[in-house]
Design a protein around this ligand. Structure first.
Ligand code: CP
Ligand code: NVA
Length: 304
């Protein structure tokens, strides 16, 4: 049984398998229509547990599972007994009796780990306060479809050192892509994580100055200044200089693309003129969540 808990928990080969299958399935959909999607979930049910709101993750999993012949049970944590004190362990054990796979979006990373430790069916991380692996695998696909192999790109993560940034750091460890992280010092990823990545030989550069960090970059990625697990922390003052606007984008490579996992806040982390420009891949990226997640489910259920 395979869980999709974090990028650091899988191998480079696993990512390649997921991406190759997704690319092939997309070709097959283009040539033979949506009906050609392999019905690997016939007679199977997937539970989707949400402690936080979601548009893309929820709908792309629901649709992708239905395209594969399966059905879903969407559970807002406030509607189930978790909200009245039932433990994660008991919930995971019980859900495992009914369903064939569980997707979890939660606040504490440990909640998702507890699900995976107590479930007898695969668990997929649908975002925690620490990571968002489904997003980053979909983003890798979007980059490769538009720019060629990931190893040929210079990626810039700019803005908050958050959950998506951490998954990118894990991806860079695995794939050795060229990653620059540009955050204010007070909002950086944990130092030990950066140091251990550098020790492991990751192609990682930390540059806190947006104007130098963006030079020669081919992929510019940012995210909201206030993640769902942040509560009411105000980061605006620290992050305003890291806004991706036309002026900053003009300092990147001419053929640079812009990415954002969405939801976006126009006028904060990115301006309208950038997110709605030809350089922006945000909606293609959102579509790829659907395609990649069908393969993540396939990978989890495939015993090879
Ligand atoms: N990018 C992403 O995970 O979006 P949702 O929060 O809408 O699921
Ligand atoms: N960092 C954001 C990602 C949303 C998909 C959050 O956690 O809210």
């Amino acid at each position: 049984m395979k869980n999709f808990t974090d990028i650091k928990d899988i191998s480079k080969g696993d990512i390649e398998d997921i991406l190759t299958r997704t690319k092939n399935e997309k070709i097959s959909i283009k040539e033979n229509g949506i009906q050609s999607i392999e019905k690997i979930l016939l007679g199977k049910t997937v539970a989707l547990v949400f402690e936080k709101p979601s548009t893309r993750t929820r709908v792309s999993f629901e649709v992708g599972i239905s395209q594969q012949g399966g059905s879903t049970s969407v559970l807002q944590s406030s509607d189930i007994q978790l909200s009245r004190g039932e433990t994660v362990a008991d919930t995971a054990k019980v859900l495992s009796k009914y369903v064939d796979l569980i997707v979890v979006r939660c606040f504490k990373h440990q909640t998702m780990i507890d699900f995976s430790n107590n479930s007898s069916v695969p668990v997929v991380n649908g975002l925690t306060d620490q990571s968002h692996p489904c997003q980053v695998i979909a983003d890798i696909l979007t980059i490769e479809e538009n720019k060629g192999h990931l190893s040929k790109q210079n990626l810039l993560w700019i803005g908050d050192g958050n959950n998506v940034a951490r998954s990118w750091l894990e991806a860079s460890k695995l794939t050795n892509l060229n990653l620059t992280i540009c955050t204010p010092e007070n909002l950086s990823l944990p130092n030990d994580l950066i140091e251990s990545s550098v020790k492991d030989g990751v192609n990682l550069l930390v540059d806190n100055d947006p104007n130098t960090a963006i030079r020669n970059k081919s992929v510019i990625i940012t995210d909201t200044w206030n993640s769902m697990g942040d509560g009411s922390v105000n980061k605006e003052n620290s992050l305003m200089p890291y806004q991706v606007n036309k002026n900053l984008m003009s300092k990147a490579r001419k053929d640079a693309v812009f990415m954002h996992c969405l939801p976006a806040h126009r006028g904060c982390e990115v301006t309208e003129e950038v997110i709605d420009s030809k350089q922006s891949l945000v909606f293609e990226g959102a579509e790829n969540r659907l395609h990649v997640q069908r393969s993540i489910i396939w990978w989890c259920l495939n015993s090879d």
